[in-house]
Design a binder for this molecule. Structure first.
Ligand SMILES: [Zn+2]
Length: 135
């Protein structure tokens, strides 16, 4: 799992491994690029939604939900974001994930992930908040 700003890294030199505890001690004023190997403790927040390609409103079934003014868009894109607590033995971080990795985060195989997207067509969106956890 990679954290931080990675777009300036070349492909042949991956950022160094770093412990979350060390990272936290360095403070926010320092820009550190590193990789962390840890495990997901729990998913804190999950949002899945179909978004209108034209106006960005929620898209249900085969239509955009915007009514003022009405939107006649016929296409939508699926969007997903999640926040999870990740822990590596030295510390814990809350990390935001976006669409491509969320199926893996939820442990879903591709057919299940695609099925979830299809079933969400009816309602258009879903938000899940954690209500705390017991450790
Ligand atoms: Zn729209």
């Amino acid at each position: 799992m990679a954290l931080g700003k990675t777009d300036t890294q070349s492909c042949d030199s991956p950022p160094p491994m770093i412990l979350l505890g060390v990272w936290a001690l360095a403070g926010a004023e320092q820009c550190i690029v590193g990789r962390v190997r840890g495990h997901v403790v729990c998913v804190l927040y999950l949002q899945l939604q179909w978004t209108c390609s034209l106006c960005g409103s929620i898209y249900t079934q085969e239509r955009c939900t915007r009514s003022q003014p009405p939107c006649n868009s016929t296409s939508a894109v699926f969007q997903a974001e999640a926040k999870a607590a990740v822990e590596d033995g030295s510390g814990e971080a809350h990390i935001w994930f976006s669409c491509p990795v969320i199926s893996g985060l939820l442990g879903l195989a591709m057919p299940q992930w695609e099925g979830l997207q299809r079933s969400l067509r009816v309602r258009g969106h879903l938000r899940v908040y954690t209500r705390g956890r017991s450790l």
